[in-house]
Design a protein around this ligand. Structure first.
Ligand SMILES: O=C(O)CCC(=O)C(=O)O
Ligand SMILES: [Fe+2]
Length: 322
């Protein structure tokens, strides 16, 4: 297959309709690819024969960390901690879900380059999070080589604050600091997505976009594209749980960075140090096959000197490759 746009994920490519037939997809892969291209998300059954046992083990190990009484059906489940980030570091079952080889292989085929998981989030209840694109939290250069896989660890009811999304919103431009007129590099924010929310809401309104919710069955999973607007619906019944795991994936040969704290136009990028959950190895920031000078251990750019050093490294890279 000749692809003249290798710097665009296959399923996001404007050439997808022409390329899809030569990707070697089986019928199920072709359906998933089609859904991702057109809607920005795709639902599939999570391919793990041990999934039920893993889910029970995760619930019993992580449960006590949330500070709520899961045993009592009448208790309020939404009053405690609502997430554990990167439980994969201690929990072999969280890690096994994140590093599921079939999912990794599927994502590699859909995106046209090897995928690897880099972050997990485990939720016992709904997040009730504003609609957002994950692209402000973690993105890549070239853009859109990132996706989330959301796994239902129980049947999810409408009153439990299900995941929602705006089908088709992945096709909109990735909203950057430049677009909303703010400088990101070195800025301080309680939540990285706050400054972007008015723009996302306005785009939804302008397009008359309609929210869809995912009333998932236990064991169903949903892939979302990097720029799909999604969030957590209001939890109408505080007694309900909404156990789920989100794994975020990146793809090889990219620069990995946090756009909310970056200004791409001036080459000031808040780079990320990324470790693949699947093999525990660092994935260096690289661009078109060439690694950036090592960034490991670099603290957040509070001091001007560090900021200058980082931006000069990024400028060097761009001088060589663009
Ligand atoms: O599960 C949810 O409600 C949303 C989670 C989410 O936005 C994320 O993990 O990126
Ligand atoms: Fe998200």
């Amino acid at each position: 297959m000749h692809n003249p746009l290798p710097g665009v994920p296959l399923i996001e490519s404007p050439l997808f309709p022409a390329l899809a037939s030569s990707c070697g997809f089986d019928a199920e892969e072709a359906r998933i690819a089609h859904d991702l291209h057109h809607k920005g998300f795709a639902v599939f059954d999570f391919p793990d024969a041990d999934l039920d046992a893993r889910i029970s083990a995760i619930q019993s190990r992580l449960g006590p960390r949330f500070g709520v009484d899961f045993a009592d059906p009448a208790s309020n489940k939404s009053g405690g901690e609502t997430r554990v980030q990167d439980a994969w570091q201690q929990d072999a079952d969280v890690r096994a879900i994140a590093a599921n080889p079939q999912v990794i292989a599927l994502l590699g085929k859909l995106y046209g380059r090897p995928a690897f998981p880099f972050q997990t989030l485990n939720f016992p209840v709904g997040t009730q999070q504003h609609a957002h694109s994950d692209s402000v939290h973690f993105s890549s250069l070239p853009e859109r080589f990132m996706c989330g896989v959301w796994l239902a660890m129980e049947d999810i009811s409408a009153d439990a604050g299900p995941l929602f999304y705006y089908p088709g919103s992945h096709r909109w431009p990735v909203v950057t600091n430049a677009m909303i007129g703010r400088r990101g590099f070195g800025s301080d924010l309680g939540s990285a997505q706050d400054p972007f929310e008015p723009a996302w809401s306005a785009m939804c309104q302008a397009h008359g976009a309609e929210q869809e919710v995912f009333l998932a069955r236990k064991g169903q999973a949903l892939i979302w594209c990097a720029n799909l607007l999604h969030g957590g619906s209001v939890q109408h019944d505080p007694r309900l749980t909404r156990w789920s795991q989100v794994t975020h994936y990146y793809f090889d040969d990219c620069i990995y960075y946090t756009p909310a704290f970056s200004d791409e136009a001036t080459g000031q990028l808040q780079l990320r140090t990324i470790r693949a959950i699947s093999d525990g190895k660092l994935r260096p920031n690289q661009y078109l096959g060439r690694a950036l000078p090592p960034q490991a251990g670099l603290p957040k750019p509070t001091a001007g000197r560090k900021r200058r050093r980082l931006s000069s490294l990024v400028k060097q890279l761009f001088r060589r490759t663009v």
